[in-house]
Design a protein around this ligand. Structure first.
Ligand SMILES: [Zn+2]
Length: 83
């Protein structure tokens, strides 16, 4: 990676530009909510960040589910209850 690199951080209380209109002919993005022109690279980058956060959250929830299922099975065994 070379050139001018800028770190982005989420804007608070500002439009997050979640709903985008893509003009394929002009190769531009526009926010459907606030009408702002959105930088395509920033938008793609933000999608990747959000996907990464969601993937980590899903993995964490799967681990928590496995842990709870294990605890449930242990409790059933202690109480001698059939599943
Ligand atoms: Zn917006």
């Amino acid at each position: 990676m070379s050139g001018n690199i800028v770190k982005f951080k989420p804007r608070q209380n500002a439009c997050q530009h979640k709903y985008i209109i893509i003009d394929l002919d002009m190769r531009q993005l526009q926010c459907e909510t606030c009408g702002a022109n959105v930088d395509p690279i920033e938008w793609i980058y933000q999608l990747g960040v959000e996907e990464d956060i969601l993937t980590k959250r899903i993995d964490s929830l799967k681990r928590e589910l496995q842990k709870l299922q294990g605890q449930k099975a242990e409790l059933r065994n202690k109480l001698n209850v059939r599943p």
